[in-house]
Design a binder for this molecule. Structure first.
Ligand code: RIB
Ligand code: CA
Length: 321
């Protein structure tokens, strides 16, 4: 019997974050979600936290939501309403939850929940947004590191960018935070644009989701449809569902290819700001030094089928409750 993995999801919902949360909720045999934490990214901290609270109620995920940092460590906050819509969910409306976030800031909440884990238990952090919360957590409470099994994150790339030609949004938004996480010594798995841009939903699949009678499939289809009709994704006829990848990789590693690396990030202010650097020179690695993995390829058909099935499954699960 496969052991459930204890996870904490740090996110900035956000359309693909919202779809990723649905994927996690659809896999209760794989994930024991301990908490969801939010951070400024796709939209302001208030909007992404509101969305996280509403999504946990909509998906009936009974876990706490803790509100995190409103700004990056050093840089000015930048958001992506042009992509995720004014309300952060593609202007799709779900019922407003009466749930409230945890009293304490996400950084303190993370420290408490991690340090309260039973002696031999560890947690996996799934980072789907700028890494501001995680960087502060590691710096202020370094004792958490031994209780973190690994960090899987959607961010970066070794061959491309989306905010600039060389940088991906989550890293570009707070490169200093990424640097702290990359140098922490915690094992990392990077799910960068090289792979997440292949992990899409096609126009025909989005239309089918929108026309379904399944409330989760319809909701995901409507959000994806917003992106398809209002952003550059329309020219591709499909949308990348970036944030699902770290979660699906944990359930179906066979859908992906990956290799060892050592991660770094450019914190300059030049054209390479926020560029992630993957060192593949394995012959230079000290014994045991390369604790990081980077995804290098994905099977789009398997990703699409698995995600669509999960969306319908969650909708069916909620119908039966
Ligand atoms: O570059 C894609 C990433 O930036 C995703 O996490 C998306 O939600 C945005 O935060
Ligand atoms: Ca995100």
């Amino acid at each position: 019997m496969k052991k459930k993995r204890k996870i904490i999801i740090d996110c900035d919902p956000g359309i693909d974050d919202a779809i990723a949360l649905a994927y996690a909720a659809a896999n209760p045999d794989d994930f024991d979600i301990l908490a969801i934490t939010t951070v400024s990214g796709n939209s302001t901290i208030d909007v992404v936290t509101r969305n996280a609270l509403d999504l946990t109620e909509f998906y009936q995920i009974d876990v706490p939501v803790a509100k995190g940092m409103a700004d990056p460590l050093v840089r000015d906050a930048r958001h992506a309403e042009h992509y995720h819509g004014k309300n952060g969910l593609g202007d799709c409306i779900i019922p407003h939850s009466t749930r409230k976030p945890a009293e304490e800031n996400a950084v303190f909440y993370l420290k408490n929940i991690i340090m309260d884990l039973p002696e031999h238990e560890k947690v996996t952090l799934v980072c789907l947004a700028p890494m501001t919360n995680i960087a502060i957590l590691i710096k202020v409470f370094p004792e958490v590191k031994e209780k973190i099994q690994e960090i899987l994150f959607m961010g970066g790339a070794f061959s491309t960018g989306n905010v600039t030609p060389s940088a991906e949004f989550n890293i570009y938004a707070d490169p200093e935070a990424a640097k702290i996480v990359f140098k922490s010594g915690i094992p990392l798995t990077m799910c960068g644009l090289d792979v997440t841009q292949k992990c899409t939903l096609k126009r025909s699949q989005i239309l089918k989701l929108c026309q379904s009678q399944n409330k989760i499939a319809t909701f995901a289809g409507d959000m994806a449809g917003h992106t398809l009709e209002n952003t550059f994704e329309k020219y591709k006829g499909q949308i990348s569902v970036h944030d699902v990848v770290p979660l699906m990789y944990m359930v179906h590693p066979e859908y992906f290819k990956y290799t060892e690396t050592i991660l770094d990030v450019d914190c300059s202010d030049g054209p390479s700001r926020g560029r992630t650097i993957c060192d593949f020179r394995w012959w230079n690695f000290e014994e045991g030094q390369a604790g990081d993995l980077v995804l290098t390829d994905a099977d789009p058909d398997s990703f699409q089928q698995c995600l669509i099935e999960a969306l319908y499954e969650l909708g069916d699960m909620l119908e039966e409750k």
